[in-house]
Design a protein around this ligand. Structure first.
Ligand code: FES
Length: 166
């Protein structure tokens, strides 16, 4: 069983060169904050705290304003995320076909709860609403790949595949 990530990455471990390069492109442009934050998340996989301070300084906005945006929009993440994001659909069709058992087994196997990430940063597990593949219920997604008509055993086989990948 893996341990969930409990602490943020220390400030000194973040290489700000990528964020500075992004900011070089946007400094002085009106409405730059959202595209800057999206680009930073794309680059780092989440929004590291030092990048918030850097962005505030270079775009001349308050950190509180940036945190307001980051907490309002669900697309932004303030903690490191796993290389593989496993989304377990808990929509009605999946729910009646056993999504809870699949989700519980997945979380037990990975040792993490909803929206948590394994300590090795390999997996993040999330419960989500209908992902539009109800005919294949119950369904999970791993990044952009969809796996349907799952049993607990089939879900474990899917996860086995990603465990064995880098
Ligand atoms: S309810 Fe799960 S895909 Fe629609």
């Amino acid at each position: 069983m893996s341990e969930a990530v409990e602490t943020t990455v220390a400030e000194e471990e973040i290489d700000l060169a990528g964020a500075n390069e992004i900011l070089d492109h946007y400094v002085g442009m009106p409405g730059a904050l959202m595209p800057v934050l999206q680009a930073i998340q794309e680059h780092y996989g989440y929004i590291p705290e030092p990048c918030v301070h850097l962005t505030a300084e270079r775009l001349n906005v308050y950190c509180s304003q940036i945190y307001g945006v980051l907490t309002f929009y669900a697309q932004f993440h303030l903690e490191p995320r796993g290389k593989y994001i496993v989304r377990v659909c808990k929509g009605t069709a999946c729910h009646v076909r056993g999504a809870n058992r699949i989700g519980d087994t997945l979380q037990e196997r990975l040792g993490i709860g909803h929206a948590e990430t394994t300590a090795d940063l390999k997996f993040t597990a999330e419960y989500v609403a209908c992902i539009g593949a109800c005919g294949m219920a119950p369904v999970i997604m791993v990044n952009d790949a969809t796996y349907g008509s799952l049993t607990v055993q089939k879900m474990n086989e899917v996860i086995d595949k990603y465990v064995s990948m880098d």
